[in-house]
Write a protein of this length. Structure first.
Length: 447
């Protein structure tokens, strides 16, 4: 009886206590860290026209150079999931960020094409654990109703890196040269790796900055999800369209690795991230060689799609959590359908820098509305113990698409021209729509 009274008193104190919001400090930190990591990979696209003056490359070879990072990054996903499951996010993430900075800095010291390739491969392996660490942190630190928003914030960092990269890189290249770009971008990650290690625990229950009220808020919805609680509301027309249904929890390696929902999500992300990779790697070259923009104009216009992408990712996460009641597929479908139209618009794009920047801003926003949903989609499907594996499969699929498309773009440019590149991206986005229609919308989270 005394035990029950003590528990009741503890529950009353927890209810009366105002919840801390430390999880949003964690979110701000992973936004800053991944902005720097995204800049470390994006700076090659800005430096590429200048690299090609020093190291002779045709378009296909230049595309292959971009792809080397993404191939290594994709290959690193499954081993990263194992490392994080075994040693925890805190240690693996901090070491990964430190190695990412080292690989970036070394890129600025290379004297041969072979050394440049090795640095890009090293960067891919070094950065591999970062996205799995962040999505695992989101899954552990946020209640279900905030996971989409947090995922949108994470993916907006992926796009905010390329916002600042062209502007800063263009200025650095104009004053010093392309090598200094990589050395400059290597510095912040060293400090941030230590900050993460000191400030972010693997689980909120292990953090002294999280009080009992915030911990209860985080755990309440997640415990209902793990217990298999399902939405009891009647199905709407939207639920029928997106094939919403209760899905069994994937709590073993076998269930995760044999789930079409996981592979379908990965394939859709493969196509969409492939399009994003083309824009990241080739738009600076397109602006300099086709649109004939100056280096400074290129720097500002090349940032426009990523400004749009930041808005798109955050907007997509908010819509998914708030307006669509944690449904993820609608955002994916809207993004994929809209991107088809934007690719055809880019074939007939204006030459005026302001108008082109506006068009490519809308392109980036449309493409990115559904991105947060790919990261949040597996969360209600998979147990926390197996979530690193599931997110590794999804992210590996995306990165393989991102690795393939810059090389394919180079081949298309050598043989056909830019119109074929935009048509190829439109076809990839149309394929995304077809793939998404085959997976279900898991409705395992209680209202």
């Amino acid at each position: 009886m005394k035990k029950l009274t003590a528990q009741a008193a503890l529950g009353a104190r927890s209810t009366a206590l105002k919840a801390t919001r430390y999880r949003w400090i964690v979110a701000a930190l992973f936004f800053v860290i991944y902005t720097i990591a995204a800049a470390d990979r994006a700076n090659l696209g800005v430096a590429l026209p200048f690299l090609r003056r020093q190291f002779a490359m045709n378009n296909a070879e230049a595309g292959a150079l971009v792809s080397l990072f993404l191939i290594a990054y994709a290959v690193a996903q499954l081993p990263s999931a194992w490392l994080i499951s075994k040693f925890g996010v805190k240690r693996v993430f901090s070491i990964s960020m430190l190695l990412t900075s080292l690989a970036t800095g070394l890129t600025g010291t290379v004297g041969s094409l072979f050394a440049l390739k090795m640095c890009r491969i090293g960067l891919g392996f070094a950065e591999g654990p970062l996205p799995i660490g962040i999505t695992t942190t989101i899954n552990n630190w946020f209640p279900a109703r905030e996971k989409g928003t947090a995922a949108g914030l994470f993916l907006s960092a992926v796009k905010f890196g390329p916002v600042i990269t062209p502007i800063i890189s263009a200025a650095v290249i104009a004053v010093w040269g392309w090598k200094e770009v990589f050395i400059l971008f290597a510095l912040p990650g060293v400090l941030l790796s230590a900050v993460w290690y000191l400030m972010v625990a693997d689980k909120p229950s292990q953090s002294r900055a999280v009080n009992s009220a915030e911990l209860e808020l985080i755990n309440a919805e997640n415990e209902r999800r793990e217990s298999g609680a399902a939405v009891a509301n009647k199905r709407t027309w939207l639920d029928r369209l997106i094939r919403a249904r209760r899905a069994p929890l994937l709590d073993t390696t076998r269930k995760v690795t044999t789930s079409w929902n996981i592979y379908g999500c990965a394939l859709g992300y493969c196509c969409q991230l492939g399009i994003s990779s083309v824009l990241l790697a080739w738009i600076p070259t397109y602006l300099l060689t086709v649109k004939k923009f100056s280096v400074v104009s290129m720097g500002f216009v090349a940032a426009a799609p990523w400004v749009g992408a930041v808005f798109g990712n955050i907007l997509g996460g908010l819509i998914s959590d708030r307006l669509l009641d944690k449904r993820r597929k609608p955002g994916m479908l809207i993004s994929a359908v809209g991107t088809v139209g934007m690719m055809f618009a880019l074939i007939h794009s204006p030459s005026d820098p302001v108008l082109y920047a506006a068009l490519i801003f809308l392109t980036g926003m449309t493409l990115s509305i559904g991105f947060s949903a790919y990261m949040a989609y597996p969360m209600p499907l998979v147990s926390k113990q197996k979530f690193p594996l599931a997110t590794a499969i999804v992210n590996m699929g995306g990165q393989l698409g991102g690795a393939a498309t810059p090389f394919i773009t180079g081949v298309l440019l050598d043989r056909y021209g830019w119109d074929s590149v935009f048509a190829f991206m439109a076809a990839a986005s149309a394929l995304t729509v077809v793939i998404l229609l085959t997976i279900s919308e898991p409705r395992n989270v209680e209202d």
